[in-house]
Design a protein around this ligand. Structure first.
Ligand code: GCU
Length: 408
């Protein structure tokens, strides 16, 4: 089942294309007051309105105050991964809030390159130690989901948890292509459960509790920008060439972070689904109601008012994707991940094209959803891979090619 949550399971799911009711997406080039956008300047003055609408109705308001940080490099290995990489681990301390544990960055930089490496920036689900069997990675000490058949015990990592997600992180392939990889366990910013905020950044940086108070997705997005703040200080990487990549719930957060923070050079949302790249007005697979039932801590309280009425949302997700423009954007789905609505994600990406056109950037260049394993597009790209909800080498091959063409 797409959800094992008892409440969410009672909510009807539609997987029948012929039962999708008709809907109309808000026009991407029309402002809230009905003004038509015809040039870049008008689009750029419309951006704050969209960000405000996504803050008030979807993700909640982001804190705007700067935070003081201290970077502590806890380890450097000049000869990691059989001599192919420099591995650094950096703890980001939020010094005004000593009660908060640090956010720990794991950074691999390819060896033997003379230039600063372009860098993939991405959060992971199960701790930095889950990304690779590299024994030098510090085990996460924060609350972890009890996944992996005894590898995580009482929400704490064991030695056996090393590399348990390495299938999703082809680090040698990324390095061989000349890219660095920076990753953080998302639970360092906020553990992913309804009480998780109490030990995360939202416990200290909260917008006043109200319908637009930020949720965990906002917190993770905030953390992505803090990763970038650090990368800007590290001479081994090129922080102007960052590719922000997120899978699933982290894909939702990556889109929000990329929309808010123009320093990210490109954004990839892998199977981000509802609340990510999939348009909410299309009744197919997961709905806003499912999201709020299963993950009450992810979005702002106001988002719940759209549970049964996505048409009342003043925005839809294509407008979030459009906030990435004119930067390269990759939206990806999978055949057996109907929960995330591949067609809804394609339509979200498709509907951003008029904005990219304002910048003279080519979009998906097709009007119909492509067959499986047929990436389409240029600056905006899309594919639907065969297989299940996951991040595979196939996905990474496409992302590396995309980064080579669009960012490197
Ligand atoms: C659940 C959730 C999705 C989410 C996914 C994930 O399936 O319903 O919205 O994207 O988890 O993060 O893997």
């Amino acid at each position: 089942p797409a959800t094992n949550n008892a409440v969410a399971q009672k909510i009807p799911v539609n997987y029948d294309e012929s039962k999708v009711p008709p809907y109309t997406l808000p026009d991407v080039l029309t402002t809230k007051s009905g003004q038509r956008i015809t040039n870049r300047k008008q689009w750029e003055s419309h951006r704050p309105e969209l960000i405000r609408l996504f803050s008030e109705h979807v993700y909640g308001k982001m804190p705007t105050q700067p935070v003081k940080v201290r970077y502590q490099t806890t380890s450097v290995d000049e000869n990691a991964l059989g001599g192919k990489a420099i591995r650094k681990q950096i703890s980001v301390f939020f010094t005004e809030y000593p009660q908060l544990p640090p956010m720990n960055i794991l950074l691999y930089v390819p060896k033997g390159t003379t230039q600063r490496a372009p860098v993939f920036v991405s959060m992971n689900f199960q701790g930095n130690h889950s990304v690779s069997t590299d024994p030098g990675i510090a085990l996460a000490t924060r609350w972890l989901p009890n996944l992996g058949e005894g590898k995580v015990v009482n929400h704490q990592a064991t030695e056996a948890a090393r590399g348990m997600q390495d299938r999703r992180w082809p680090v040698p392939m990324i390095l061989a292509r000349g890219y660095a990889l920076a990753t953080v366990y998302y639970g360092d910013v906020e553990p992913d459960h309804p009480e998780g905020w109490k030990t995360g950044i939202r416990s200290v940086l909260s917008s006043p509790a109200g319908p637009d108070s930020w949720g965990a997705i906002g917190a993770w997005a905030w953390g992505m920008s803090r990763m970038l703040d650090y990368l800007e200080t590290d001479p081994s990487v090129n922080a102007k060439k960052t590719v922000l990549l997120g899978h699933s719930r982290i894909g939702k957060a990556a889109l929000w972070a990329g929309a808010l923070d123009l320093r990210f050079a490109a954004v990839i949302a892998n199977e981000s689904g509802e609340g990510g790249a999939a348009v909410a007005r299309r009744w197919y697979g997961e709905t806003i109601e499912h999201l709020n039932a299963q993950f009450p801590h992810w979005f702002c309280p106001q988002y719940r008012t759209y549970d049964n009425n996505p048409n009342a949302l003043p925005v839809d997700q294509h407008q979030l994707l459009a906030l990435i423009a004119p930067r390269p954007l990759y939206v990806a789905s999978a055949v057996e991940d109907q929960w995330a609505d591949p067609i809804g994600q394609f339509l979200g990406a498709k509907a951003t094209e008029p904005v990219y056109q304002l910048y003279g950037r080519p979009g998906l260049e097709v009007s119909d959803h492509p067959a499986a394993n047929q990436p389409v597009g240029k600056t905006i790209r899309y594919h639907m891979r065969t297989g299940v909800h996951d991040v595979t080498n196939y996905d990474w091959e496409q992302y590396l090619k995309f980064a080579d063409e669009q960012v490197k």
